[in-house]
Design a protein. Structure first.
Length: 294
């Protein structure tokens, strides 16, 4: 039985390109509901030729998990708001001088175009399934207000190309695409192209963010402070949406994704040599989030 569970876990990790350090957290997820979690895990990776179903009222995944349409549109609207807000923030930054590196404004001019194209693809997806988007929540607005307030160019790279990328983009965006592709392939192909066609450009931003961290072009204590502050806001934005997972009866899976979303940037910083105990820092961020929003 243990060997079978290990094989299933590794199958999930291969399919969703999950790094090895995530394995202990997947085991924690399985321990919460050993039988149910394994069944759901198998259903996510063994879709075969099933397509699921899309109606005006709900979206049924190939594994029979059902999301009401309002929840799907709400998730897409969050993605849409994030990309539209990024496009606007980056366009504002472009007009500022960058004594650290004259190439930085040029990079963010390109990033603004990327976010604009992504926003258009998300909007087309929402309209393609005959729906209208919903407004942003106060929690997601708070995340992007914080990002907009950042003044240093290097700090901007840290926040957008490392923390934001790994917490929202890699952890939630990629999973959303892979899960819903089998339900709405005709729409998700366009969605996927908008997110993949600039992969090398975005990778260059990620490499620069990592260089800034590894060479300590921002003092280590400042890197940790900014990371804590931003991840605390991101965690709050994720927690505010957990009701969607409860309605779809996938709360355990959502808790796993929530954990990965916060730990991914922390683990990346630790790999770059920062003195961070990832699990302790995760618990610290959870405490910060609760204390700030009682």
């Amino acid at each position: 039985m243990a060997k079978a569970r290990l094989d299933i876990v590794e199958g999930i990790m291969d399919k969703y390109e999950i790094p090895l350090w995530v394995k202990p957290y997947i085991y924690q997820y399985i321990k919460r509901d050993p039988i149910g979690s394994i069944k759901r895990a198998v259903s996510f990776i063994d879709v075969k030729r099933k397509r699921g179903e899309v109606t005006k009222e709900y979206v049924k995944l190939p594994n029979s998990i059902v999301f009401d349409m309002d929840s799907v549109i709400h998730i897409l609207s969050i993605f849409l708001y994030g990309e539209e807000r990024c496009a606007d923030i980056y366009a504002r930054w472009v007009r500022e001088p960058a004594p650290e590196n004259i190439e930085y404004p040029k990079f963010y001019a390109g990033m603004s175009d990327v976010s604009t194209k992504r926003a258009r693809a998300i909007k087309n997806l929402i309209e393609g399934i005959g729906q209208k988007g919903s407004g942003p929540t106060s929690e997601i607005i708070d995340v992007f207000d914080y990002i907009e307030s950042i003044k240093g160019w290097r700090e901007r790279f840290l926040c957008t190309n490392l923390i934001l990328n790994y917490s929202y983009g890699v952890s939630f965006g990629r999973v959303f695409y892979r899960i819903f592709y089998f339900v709405m392939p005709e729409y998700m192909r366009t969605f996927g192209k908008a997110f993949d066609q600039n992969a090398e450009y975005l990778a260059a931003g990620n490499r620069e963010a990592m260089r800034i961290v590894s060479e300590r072009l921002i003092p280590e204590e400042d890197i940790i402070k900014i990371t804590r502050e931003l991840l605390s806001k991101i965690l709050r934005s994720i927690d505010s949406e957990m009701r969607i997972a409860k309605r779809a009866k996938i709360e355990n899976e959502a808790i796993l994704l929530r954990t990965i979303a916060i730990i991914y940037p922390l683990h990346t910083l630790a790999d770059l040599g920062l003195n961070i105990d990832v699990d302790k820092e995760f618990k610290n961020i959870e405490r910060m989030t609760k204390a700030a929003h009682k």
